[in-house]
Ligand binder design. Structure first.
Ligand code: RUQ
Ligand code: CUA
Length: 665
């Protein structure tokens, strides 16, 4: 192993083994009461946590750490049929077909005037570049937009102060989608380009649209944050690999002692775009939208994007040198300070927005990088936090002039003051924290009472569960001068970023049921008497209703092997928390879990003749176990006619059979 490679790896990973002293009893005496939320009481905050490689988003209560929900985003969910039902399948469509997995790193709650407004949550998918918008009334994924000209959508989905735009910066530089990508890898410097995309968000509906993309040098974009207040018009991105290496990056992309923070004047870019500037490029990307009135998603393949080559627009983008392979890029609540966290740097540089503006005005540049002016480091610098710890990654703010930074290598959270850059406090975190989150900590108005550290390594924190361990979340009280560790609990997937918001803002708007009269699903069954089974060639549509505690119909005959059977289930309940489930024997997808007032469809193609029971999977009533039925499948070519019924009990012993049959044809 080359010596240099060893050194860098050792620096990044060698120190994990060293366990801080007193790790076991590091909480404060009153910690238990601080996180205790009595039975029947609500938590103070919702916390939305990225699922990393699970592709999901999980929702926790703070301070209790209670898990409230896991929301499928870039994933299938066998629990409720998300991505399996006909209505939800289009959500996972891409220009490469269905992609039911992704690597979900960052979340951003929508904002108005720099404050969380409780409407939507944006989530990125790294691997097949996508951005999702979740609707916080339903806690469901409402929209997914694929990003062209991107590979590794990591620097995403950060937003502007009024959610005008969601940005998406590519981690990997690659040949553009409309160019031949079949080129030798060692032509990197010639053929590989970076992009950042600006996605506009409709202020009413939240609908996303790819507005324009910036064509940039072939570096790796890592993280970003929008400006605030005075820096409203600007967006800041960290980037590494300014060496433009394409192999052994841990060595070859760690050569220069400074990479960059990129400052983008997005207002300028928007202006150019609106003037019709930029190159129209033919590309392919999916745009998937879930319509709440039809309870159905549609997927459209879009074919055009506008690309502004930044070289042609000299007053739009600037580079600021930043030591060394920066990761986090965080803007303080006033919008004046931009914190770059160099993973390999022994200090934290803090840049000043007003100094950056002055440097631009006086052209205080240090040459250019591929045609983009590079502002002199000292000219942009507010100052450096000296000896903060090792391996700074991410920073959030408490709104009281303090910043908190995770130190991956020295395994600690470090609190420092923005004004004089003095370190005020440090607390071990068990172990190797990645992101941290203060509720509202990247907005104008941080909540500032709690901090959660998301740790990459959990070794020995919990009971062993074989080789695979859960990642840890650690809750700190930051209301005083010193951080206090309150609790520590395992989390789902691999959390990266998270966002929390006061519970009220979300809870008061939460949907309880879907009104049945507003159900515009083309396959809705309005009332039990309208349930039916219809054959059209070898397609069989079952219009079935669910209500405590039966399906209608619950006896079906005349289905044949090889038929495409579509079960359209309408839940007629209009009470909160009365979903019904649907599962049919041997179905090779999932169950469905249908919410009150909703219609969902399961497609099933029986391959063998015989008897197929179906039942409700959600314990809905005392007679839940009775909520079941039979479907008879006859061989191909059989002449059993379609028939269906409910309550037509031919051979019941004792009492005469009650005949509630709907109709047969
Ligand atoms: S990352 S652990 Cu994917 Cu946000 Cu920094
Ligand atoms: Cu419906 Cu159980």
């Amino acid at each position: 192993m080359p010596v240099l490679l060893f050194t860098v790896s050792a620096l990044l990973f060698g120190i994990n083994g060293c366990k801080p002293k007193n790790a076991g009893n590091a909480t404060e005496g009153d910690a238990a009461s601080r996180v205790y939320v009595a039975p029947g009481k609500y938590d103070e905050l919702y916390n939305f946590v990225s699922g990393g490689f699970s592709g999901q988003v999980s929702v926790y209560g703070i301070p209790s750490g209670r898990l409230l929900r896991v929301i499928p985003v870039f994933s299938l969910d066998p629990q409720d049929g998300w991505g399996y039902s006909e209505e939800t399948k289009p959500m996972l469509n891409t220009s490469h077909g269905m992609v039911p997995w992704d690597d979900q790193h960052h979340l951003e709650l929508s904002q108005t005037n720099g404050e969380i407004d409780g409407r939507w949550l944006f989530a990125n998918g790294n691997n097949t570049p996508r951005i999702a918008r979740l609707d916080l009334k339903t806690f469901r994924t409402a929209e997914i937009l694929e990003i062209p000209n991107s590979a590794g959508n990591h620097s995403s989905p950060f937003i502007t102060e009024n959610t005008e735009y969601v940005v998406a910066g590519t981690r990997f530089s690659v040949p553009m989608d409309d160019k031949n990508g079949d080129v030798p890898i060692d032509t990197y410097k010639k053929n590989f380009k970076g992009t950042v995309s600006f996605i506009s968000v409709d202020p009413k509906s939240g609908n996303m649209k790819l507005a324009f993309q910036l064509l940039l040098p072939g570096v790796d974009f890592d993280l970003s944050h929008g400006g605030k207040g005075p820096s409203h018009d600007w967006f800041f991105f960290s980037c590494y690999n300014s060496e433009q290496a394409h192999t052994l990056l841990e060595v070859n992309a760690s050569q220069r002692d400074k990479d960059f923070i990129m400052a983008v004047n997005w207002k300028k870019a928007e202006e150019y775009f609106k003037q019709g500037k930029g190159r129209k490029q033919t590309v392919k990307y999916a745009h998937n939208v879930y319509d709440e009135s039809t309870h159905t998603a549609t997927s459209t393949i879009e074919t055009q994007t506008t690309v502004l080559d930044v070289k042609d627009f000299p007053d739009m983008v600037y580079f600021i040198p930043c030591p060394k392979s920066p990761h986090g890029c965080d803007v303080d609540p006033t919008g004046e300070y931009i914190v770059g966290s160099g993973k390999l740097a022994a200090l934290i540089p803090v840049f000043s927005f007003s100094k950056i503006q002055a440097a631009i005005a006086s052209k205080n540049f240090d040459g250019d990088y591929e045609g983009i002016p590079v502002i002199k480091y000292e000219a942009a610098l507010h100052g450096e936090v000296k000896k903060p710890g090792l391996g700074p990654l991410h920073t959030e703010f408490d709104g009281k002039g303090n910043a908190y930074t995770t130190m991956f290598i020295s395994s600690e959270i470090v609190k420092w003051r923005l004004s004089d850059l003095k370190v005020l406090d440090r607390h071990p975190s068990y172990y190797s924290p990645g992101h941290l989150m203060i509720p509202g900590g990247d907005t104008k108005k941080p909540y500032g009472k709690y901090l959660i550290s998301y740790n990459k390594i959990t070794k020995d924190r919990y009971l062993p569960t074989g080789p695979e361990l859960a990642q840890a979340a650690q809750l700190f009280d930051i209301s005083g001068d010193k951080m206090k560790l309150l609790s520590d609990y395992p989390s789902i997937g691999e959390p990266h970023y998270a966002q929390a918001v006061a519970a009220d803002l979300i809870a008061k708007n939460s949907t309880k049921i879907f009104k049945i009269e507003d159900n515009k699903n083309p396959y809705v069954t309005m009332g039990q008497n309208n349930s039916k089974v219809v054959r059209t060639g070898n397609r069989v549509d079952v219009y079935m209703t669910m209500i405590r505690s039966h399906f209608s119909p619950d006896n079906i005959e005349g289905v044949k092997v090889g038929d495409d059977v579509y079960f359209h289930l309408t839940n007629l309940e209009q009470d909160w928390d009365v979903p019904h489930g649907f599962a049919v024997r041997n179905a090779n997808t999932a169950e469905l879990l249908v919410m009150p007032g909703e219609t969902q469809t399961l497609k099933w193609t029986p391959d063998v003749s015989g008897m197929y029971p179906f039942y409700c999977t959600d314990f809905c009533s005392a007679l839940h176990q009775e909520m079941q039925g039979y479907l008879r499948v006859s061989p191909k070519g059989s002449n059993v006619p379609i028939s269906f019924s409910l309550g037509k009990n031919s051979d019941a012993p004792g009492e005469a059979a009650q005949d509630d049959s709907i109709k047969t044809k």
